[in-house]
Design a protein around this ligand. Structure first.
Ligand code: PLP
Length: 229
């Protein structure tokens, strides 16, 4: 078996063990394989092994890869999205994970209405309030989501966060816990057109802790495909 498939199997196994450890159904946690910078030849075997959700962080790479894969693949936009590029991707992606500001929301809403659909988005939250990271700060999240709830071209489906990098993932457990608590508060508000179905949290370095804290989507790149250059 190729090294990539060996690593994929290990990741799947570890996801399952983490879910069971937390008393969760492993089927409630989806693997999003993050394929940025990974060539198509290296991704194809992973798709053949049943992975059907792929994540990219750049619009150009995303639009170049889409036609090279079967139609059943769900494409997720996980990186910073510039407003002017919404038009070229928002009707091709299953989920945008990086909705973090009003100007972007207005553009997505505009195109969603133009296409006659509600574009599925997660609100990216900068839980740790790191100055170098994107995402709305936690105390502004409820107000932002209340505004999004008024936009017929957007369907808010949950929250996304990136935890600070730490050698010991236990140190960022509180970040994942805080995101889940925020999702609970949003749910309690009962905003229209807003669901907290998804918590997109956990990457190669910390996905097991994120699953224990309630992740429904983990975004994993290097642990499957190897270190990026
Ligand atoms: C690159 C990236 C990932 C995957 O990171 P790994 O550490 O390689 O698993 C996940 N989420 C986002 C937003 C990314 O940009």
């Amino acid at each position: 078996m190729s090294p990539i498939l060996v690593r994929l199997n290990q990741v799947r196994q570890r996801m399952q063990v983490a879910a069971l450890r937390a008393g969760r159904n492993p089927q409630d946690v989806q693997l999003l394989a993050v394929t940025k910078t990974v060539p198509v030849e290296a991704i194809t075997p992973v798709v053949a092994a049943g992975v059907d959700m792929l994540g990219e962080s750049r619009v150009q790479e995303l639009t170049a890869k889409i036609p090279q894969f079967p139609n059943h693949i769900q494409w997720h936009m996980i990186g910073t999205l510039q407003s002017r590029k919404v038009k070229s991707i928002a009707n091709k992606t299953a989920l945008i994970h990086s909705l973090d500001r009003l100007a972007l929301a207005e553009e997505i809403n505009k195109w969603g209405q133009h296409w006659g659909k509600a574009v599925a988005c997660l609100v990216e939250v900068n839980v740790a309030e790191e100055p170098t990271k994107h995402g709305i700060v936690p105390h502004e999240a409820l107000g932002f989501i209340e505004t999004l709830a008024q936009m017929p071209g957007i369907a808010v489906c949950g929250l996304m966060t990136m935890a600070p990098y730490c050698d010991d993932p236990e140190e960022v457990r509180h970040v994942f816990r805080d995101l889940r608590r925020l999702a609970d508060r949003v749910t309690n508000k009962g905003f229209p057109n807003v669901s907290m179905q998804h918590l997109s949290m956990g990457m190669s370095n910390d996905f097991e802790v994120a699953i224990e804290e309630g992740a429904t989507i983990v975004r994993i790149g290097s642990e499957i495909f190897g270190e990026r250059n």
